[in-house]
Write a protein that binds this ligand. Structure first.
Ligand code: ADP
Ligand code: MG
Length: 336
């Protein structure tokens, strides 16, 4: 019988891999923000044009890269964050797969300018279709400036699948929100089409929630410490508005989707109060990295937690305690 299996060409492999990590402009912003955070930046400036369809640029004051590191950074599976197989089981950086810059370089025009503290002069490289097209030394301060232009410009089929500017911008802002909630010791400036949209200073979690999400409503703090697991954050006072609430759940400072936990949180309210339509929560779970497996989803939006049931129950019980206490004290407030 005729053999039918063949090795895929490199271009096809790259395209499949890039498609998993980079779905839309917001995925680029997420990856670039995570890299700036891993580089210990204290200030990050973000410049977006056309909802990220033509430009996503980040300027950070992090550790920067050496000449050779910059030249390797956009290759597939190159990373400074892990070395061995065991390291995968104790991840404490945002990145580790060494895929983001490679995927971005494959689907867009990528410009990297960077300088670390050891080098007097920085490097500028322009990468197109995964290859260096231009490389020049430049004068710059320590840090990194990355520009991602014209996402999917060589992939008309994928460009067509991008949504309206309004929807893509919503996705961009949502990724930005996840980062600014978890990393509050950084100064952020965010520009869209040259207009400043956010200028955020260092702040506490409570102040961040109030400045961006829930301006005048009451927040109830959560704090649980048990079996080396720490859970902290805030839940909102429930109300009957039909506007969707803000739901943010973090594990070791990374925002995740977890349907089970979401249902349990919402259910804790339903058991106590009728006609609740809107609930917001901002919950941070801190757990030993050894009990967390991030290696199940390319963008790490899902996670495997060793103690998932225990954690779900701890959060549910605590929310019930808080609501019971508040309900007794301020019954009218909870019923409106
Ligand atoms: P990963 O983050 O998984 O390591 P990436 O493709 O996102 O993979 O980045 C590759 C490498 O490039 C990183 O490991 C890091 O060493 C370097 N790098 C990327 N962005 C920055 C940045 N803003 N500052 C310093 N180094 C960076
Ligand atoms: Mg990365």
């Amino acid at each position: 019988m005729k053999d039918i299996i063949q090795f895929l060409p490199k271009k096809v492999i790259n395209q499949i891999a890039a498609g998993e990590v980079i779905q839309r402009p917001a995925s680029v912003l997420k990856e670039l923000l995570e890299n700036s955070i891993d580089a210990k930046s204290k200030s990050i400036d973000i410049f977006i044009r056309d909802s990220g369809k033509t430009l996503i640029q980040l300027i950070d004051n992090g550790e920067g890269m050496s000449y050779n590191d910059a030249r390797n950074s956009y290759q597939r599976y190159t990373t400074s964050k892990i070395k061995t197989n065991e390291d995968i089981f104790r991840i404490n950086t945002k990145g580790f797969r060494g895929e983001a810059l490679a995927s971005i370089a494959f689907v867009s025009q990528l410009e990297i300018q960077t300088k670390n503290k050891e080098n007097k002069i920085g490097i500028h490289i322009l990468v197109e279709e995964g290859k260096i097209k231009e490389q020049i030394p430049i004068n710059m301060l320590k840090g990194t400036r990355i520009s991602v232009k014209n996402i999917f410009y060589k992939f008309p089929a994928r460009r067509i699948f991008l949504k309206s500017s309004k929807i893509e911008f919503k996705h961009i802002i949502n990724e930005f929100y996840k980062i600014i909630l978890a990393h509050r010791d950084i100064i952020y400036r965010f520009y869209h089409n040259d207009k400043i949209i956010f200028f955020l200073k260092k702040t506490s979690l409570k102040e961040r929630i109030k400045e961006i999400f829930i301006k005048n409503k009451k927040l109830f703090p959560i704090l649980i410490k048990k079996n080396k697991i720490i859970i902290e954050g805030f839940i909102s006072k429930p109300n009957s508005s039909i506007k969707k609430g803000n739901h943010f759940l973090f594990v070791n400072q990374r925002c995740i989707n977890n349907i089970l936990l979401h249902k349990k949180i919402i259910h804790s309210y339903e058991g106590l109060l009728k006609n609740i339509k809107t609930v917001s929560y901002f919950i941070f779970i801190y757990i030993d990295p050894i009990l967390v497996n991030w290696n199940i989803h390319p963008t790490k939006k899902e996670v495997k937690l060793e103690e998932e049931n225990l954690i779900c129950n701890m959060i549910q019980q605590e929310i019930k305690n808080i609501l019971c206490c508040q309900y007794k004290v301020k019954k009218e407030e909870l019923n409106n």
